[in-house]
Design a binder for this molecule. Structure first.
Ligand code: SF4
Length: 363
């Protein structure tokens, strides 16, 4: 009955074509798109104005939304981490980070991750598959129904530039004026360093912000904690970042996870400040959130302050990112990984809320 298995990822034009392909008037496609993006509908039966028998047939043949929330962790600071189960049973994390004037969603771009950073739970089993545009956009829509979303960061599981086409399609869908209408500058794509795609993003979507997850500014340390560095060493990535930055005429951002003794010596601070100065980059320092199954530990506040001071004194522009969701498994991949390893013990006593009900729309 349907020409696509990713209806959530369709643009209004594609919805109309879908309706036409089913022998329906094109406005039925418009109805479905509006009900999905602004009407809170999770099924065709919930699409206002659709004849009941048609809605029932559509629900039998296709899914309006690609997944449902199966678990949730709520932090004392308002951060909410949701575990979404997709139609094939794959689990995907997304995190809602509210502040007084923003609502940022951290989304996943792949199931698992091929990069295998040593401090991250998402890469433990490698990559399982790419997420579709609809599965990516739905993570945003899901939280938008509780509170309007202002910003989206691609910092969940997966390397977004390894799923380039679907990530761009999701951004374009979320920017669709008839849907959420989000401005391109509201999106930040974080990469561990894929030179060809960095250059391409500057051409295809120059308004989208690109952040480089550098985590160490020397090849020896970086190859140890971000294995992708062995394939594309730092200099190669930085050259691509330079071209990107010249093209979009914006300052670069470096993300740097502070991993206790592993990347926080004075020598590490010096090499980071040197590179940042050369590239006029802003540095976000992110104190590591403890992750089980990793060799790293969280630095204490004195270490964080000392490292930030070293970088600052050497001329790097630096910010220490506030810890959000530290009392839940806020780091990428932890809730999914815990759920896979130990499903029965997670329902009580650790802040997880099991949830089988579909999201409801924010009034
Ligand atoms: S930190 Fe990002 S790039 Fe590294 S393994 Fe985790 S999801 Fe992949």
């Amino acid at each position: 009955m349907t020409s696509t298995n990713d209806l959530t990822g369709q643009t209004p034009v594609q919805w109309r074509a879908w309706a036409k392909g089913l022998g329906l008037p094109e406005f039925r496609g418009d109805q479905c798109f509006s009900a999905l993006w602004s009407g809170g509908a999770n099924t065709f039966t919930e699409v206002k104005g659709l004849p009941k028998d048609l809605a029932a047939r559509l629900d039998t043949a296709a899914r309006l939304v690609p997944g449902k929330e199966v678990r949730r962790q709520e932090s004392r600071d308002g951060t909410v981490k949701s575990l979404l189960e997709m139609a094939d049973g794959k689990l995907v994390e997304c995190v809602s980070i509210p502040t007084s004037d923003r609502h940022t969603i951290c989304v996943s771009s792949q199931v698992g991750c091929a990069v295998g950073c040593t401090f991250c739970a998402s890469g433990k089993n490698g990559v399982e598959r790419d997420l579709t545009p609809g599965e990516i956009a739905f993570q945003v829509l899901f939280h938008h129904r509780r509170r309007p979303v202002t910003n989206v960061v691609f910092m969940g599981s997966g390397e977004p530039l390894f799923n380039y086409d679907n990530v761009l399609a999701a951004i374009r869908l979320l920017a669709e004026p008839k849907g959420l209408g989000m401005g391109r500058r509201r999106f930040t794509v974080s990469t561990s360093g894929v030179p060809k795609r960095i250059r391409q993003l500057g051409v295809d979507e120059p308004q989208v912000t690109l952040a480089f997850s550098i985590h160490a500014a020397d090849d020896e340390t970086r190859s140890r904690i971000v294995p992708l560095n062995r394939r594309w060493p730092l200099q190669e990535v930085l050259e691509a970042m330079r071209e990107y930055s010249d093209l979009v005429n914006r300052r670069m951002t470096f993300e740097y996870v502070l991993l206790g003794d592993d990347n926080m010596s004075e020598a590490h601070a010096k090499s980071l400040a040197d590179v940042a100065r050369r590239f006029h980059a802003h540095i976000n320092l992110i104190p590591f959130n403890p992750v089980f199954e990793t060799p790293h530990r969280r630095p204490n506040w004195d270490q964080v302050e000392t490292f930030a001071k070293w970088v600052d004194q050497l001329g790097g522009h630096v910010t220490v990112r506030g810890q959000r969701g530290a009392d839940i498994d806020a780091a990428c991949g932890q809730l999914k990984r815990r759920t896979e390893l130990d499903p029965p013990s997670m329902a009580e006593g650790d802040g997880i809320v099991a949830n089988d009900s579909p999201p409801t729309r924010q009034a």
